[in-house]
Design a protein around this ligand. Structure first.
Ligand SMILES: [Zn+2]
Length: 126
């Protein structure tokens, strides 16, 4: 049994849903959701609603703290490769898995083992 944790949404308890009502008769309150697992915001939020509430309150401060982008990042031709999969090809087709580079319009064949290997890459750096 994993430990229960609270949704980090600052307004979670204000979203009036039936499952947030807790407490004995005569003393019921809407409460922050508590679960063993959440699906949003890296497991910290019960919903996109709560994630957005958090971001509205703290997002600018978080971005400024960890570094606001002030210029565009670039993905160069050397690092634009990604793995593709042709679902129309059959299993024996050697062209089923391939590398593709949309910046250079190149394609290179790939084995299924290479396709499945998350460490295998043609990209040379960041
Ligand atoms: Zn929530």
């Amino acid at each position: 049994m994993s430990e229960l944790k609270y949704c980090q949404g600052p307004e979670c308890y204000k979203h009036r849903t039936q499952d947030r009502i807790k407490g004995p008769k005569g003393n019921k309150t809407y409460q922050t959701r508590r679960r063993s697992h959440f699906y949003y915001g890296n497991g910290n939020f019960c919903s996109m609603w709560c994630l957005n509430d958090w971001f509205n309150d703290f997002g600018d401060r978080a971005i400024n703290h960890f570094g606001r982008l002030t210029e565009a990042k670039h993905l160069t031709e050397d690092n634009a490769w990604y793995k593709e999969y042709d679902w129309r090809a059959d299993d024996n087709d050697e062209h089923r898995y391939y590398w593709t580079n949309p910046l250079t319009n190149e394609q290179r064949p790939l084995t299924k083992a290479q396709y499945d290997d998350n460490n295998y890459t043609l990209n040379t750096g960041e």
